[in-house]
Design a protein around this ligand. Sequence first.
Ligand code: TYD
Ligand code: MG
Length: 467
Amino acid sequence: MARPRTIFVCQNCGAVSQRWQGKCDACGEWNSIVEESEAAAAPLPGGGRARKGRPFALEALTGETNDAPRLPVGIAELDRVTGGGFVRGSVLLLGGEPGIGKSTLLIQAAAALARHKHRVVYISGEEATAQVRLRAGRLGLADAPVELAAETSIEDILATLAQGSTPRLVIIDSIQTMWTEAVESAPGTVTQVRASAQALIRYAKASGACIILVGHVTKDGQIAGPRVVEHMVDAVISFEGEGGHHFRILRGLKNRFGPTDEIGVFEMTGGGLAEVANPSALFLEGRDVGAAGTAVFAGMEGTRPLLIEVQALVTPTALGTPRRSVVGWDQSRLSMVLAVLEAHGGLRFGQHDVYLNIAGGLRIVEPAADLAVAAALVSSLSGGRLPHDSIYFGEISLSGAVRPVVQSASRLKEAAKLGFGGAVVPAATVENDALLTARIARIGDLVADIAGRSVSKTQSDRSDVTD
Ligand code: TYD
Ligand code: MG
């Protein structure tokens, strides 16, 4: 009998090489390559001879579907990210670091659906049933008729699911603990994770059940990352949050049946994950009103406006090369804003360390944050306080012009709703009377305006700041 060939598979990206290496050539990850025996595919029926193809019926686009194609969970923040509920026969991957709250969110979703008389099966490959029960009890969900098991064998799971009526939702927590007899590799390896996911996807498509796979994201690459199944599933959602903060963001990364730019905001409480209907209020909580170096940015996450505090600290440097440190924003975008402020605003940052932080541990990707970042930087450098009840948005171009951004009306409306009285916006922004707006055409105007405040600092102490 031929010896099974061994191959070396990167557990981070799934790249295959013929020999072991310390660093993966494909993704650059270190120590992520593991020896696996080549996937011994299930033996072909008929003694190894490929069988002749069998023709199948082709269908029209306008087909009959009996059941509602979507299954809303009733947790609005979750439904928003999936695009209105789980789609029948689809497979969704929920990725996130260990301990972020994936199991908590899913047991809450499972219980919500089970209470609406849907058959929900929760397979835990990591925790014993007693542990899952204990958590459900603590969350006040013990009465929900969720069907629970602690299993890791794909063959056994599929055999169990085939009994009784087809479940509407199956949760597999996590895909990295599953293993199938179809391949020989150890559980947790790329080959096993892929083969297990494939079997579950086949089941979902054939039965119409919706499957959620939990995938741990680990930095050390000891277990295969969720990346290796991302392209196979219908939707990928990541659950994020900063260690020290209590809120969590659910973010759609890929969705064959809905939008990918929506976020869901949750707060981790003693009683599980609570929906945050008004995230702006949460992100502005405990704001240092009136301090120099902070500006409120009116951003958009998908269709939802979100007010976020941008903090900057500009201090004289003791180093030869000044520090540029960013949390929650793009490092190169900061360099660009600094360069534009130097070239078109007449400011000098060369002798200063610059620290930029997005409050609350949120990550912003919108270029519309440029103006808020610039305002915070200028304010910190000059010591001029910004009006505490104004919001900022606008994109800065390399020429120093402040360009308009999309959805200005929603941004201004959200600010007015939260009690802000003013807005500093690009000059070309369409008229809106919700707030008193200061229109900025060039970055130099912003610098002049803020620097003007630092001169009349004692005055503004009295009129601008409410302590
Ligand atoms: P968990 O859902 O087990 O994370 P994951 O499945 O992503 O690994 O959540 C773990 C963390 O959540 C744990 O550190 C404790 C915290 N937690 C709460 O703060 N409140 C709660 O009600 C629950 C259930 C968990
Ligand atoms: Mg878990």
